[in-house]
Design a protein around this ligand. Structure first.
Ligand code: ATR
Length: 283
């Protein structure tokens, strides 16, 4: 049996094991996906002792390890290196390579539901690992990217990193997560993205953006997938805005990881179905 792990802290509420194990079974692959809750202090030891074993094909990486894990890897691909966040690891003969499948996952989800991302204005909530992937994607395509974060310094440092990239097309700015600043950016924005955990189970009634700031020309992309319809999404719909949640991105980033571990094409429809059966579809 070959193993793939999810490394996070905590990981108990993750849906990734259900999605990947259903996919392995449907293709008769001798793989199992297991959740591993690893405190930050134990991350390096776990990677050295467990992840390089021959039966381990790789791992997904989630909160809070996406950035810290990089120093334990032998190689990382170019985009992970640019943004400083890895969400997928592949073990080949004891050699560990890091990838970021969040970027393509977010891109695919947005292409399907929104369309081209060129020359648009985007407001992004959060400046952590998930935000790095999403902000990088928009920095390459959009005209304006405003990154809002509770800890302003983190948003500032991300905005500087992105602005310096040769491929950066957008004007990228960092702003405090305050009503006035949000009000102006959201008014002008084509897309509002929530990359924070605000609104996630077990506190589904929280939101960072008051309903009255939302409007019918806005498209809301909430990376939260549990619940499948967050308060932000519901209030967006009530204000006439279109909104999607985190399920499509979860599927597409997982599908890319699946392909990296197994070399096989992932059963994306089954992945969607498995998540919807367990979470509902938010309708
Ligand atoms: P991920 O990998 O999912 O992005 P992360 O790197 O831990 O996770 O980042 C979490 C993001 O959510 C951060 O931007 C965090 O803000 P801080 O940098 O100020 O910590 C944001 N976040 C989490 N809880 C929040 C809350 N209650 N209010 C506002 N922002 C919050």
């Amino acid at each position: 049996m070959k193993l793939c792990y999810l490394l996070g802290y905590p990981v108990e509420h993750s849906m990734s094991a259900l999605m990947h194990n259903a996919s392995f079974q449907s293709l008769n692959l001798p793989y199992r996906y297991e959740l591993r809750s690893i405190p930050p202090a134990d991350l390096v030891t776990f990677i050295e002792k467990e992840l390089r074993l021959p039966e381990v094909k790789g791992a997904n990486v989630t909160i809070p390890h996406k950035q810290e894990v990089i120093k334990t890897l032998d190689e990382i691909d170019e985009t992970s290196s640019i943004i400083g966040a890895v969400n997928t690891i592949v073990n080949k003969g004891g050699n560990l390579t890091g990838y970021n499948t969040d970027i393509t996952g977010a891109h695919q989800a947005l292409q399907e539901s929104f369309g081209r991302l060129n020359d648009i204005k985007v407001a992004i909530l959060g400046a952590g690992g998930a935000s790095k992937a999403v902000s990088y994607l928009f920095a390459k395509k959009a005209s304006e990217v405003s990154i809002f974060n509770r800890t302003l310094k983190k948003a500032e440092s991300l905005a500087v990193t992105l602005s310096r990239l040769p491929e950066c097309k957008a004007e990228v700015q960092a702003l405090p997560l305050k009503h006035e600043a949000l009000k102006n950016a959201v008014k002008e924005a084509d897309i509002l993205v929530n990359t924070t955990s605000v609104g996630m189970f077990p506190k589904p009634n929280e939101t960072l953006v008051s309903k009255k700031l939302l409007h019918s020309k806005l498209f809301v992309f909430d990376l939260v997938y549990n619940p499948p319809q967050t308060r932000l999404m519901r209030e967006a719909a009530e204000m006439g805005a279109r909104a999607i949640g985190g399920i499509p991105m979860l599927v597409y980033q997982g599908a890319k990881a699946f392909k990296l571990w197994t070399g096989r094409n992932p059963p994306e429809e089954l992945m969607f179905r498995t998540l919807k059966e367990n979470l509902g579809d938010g309708q």
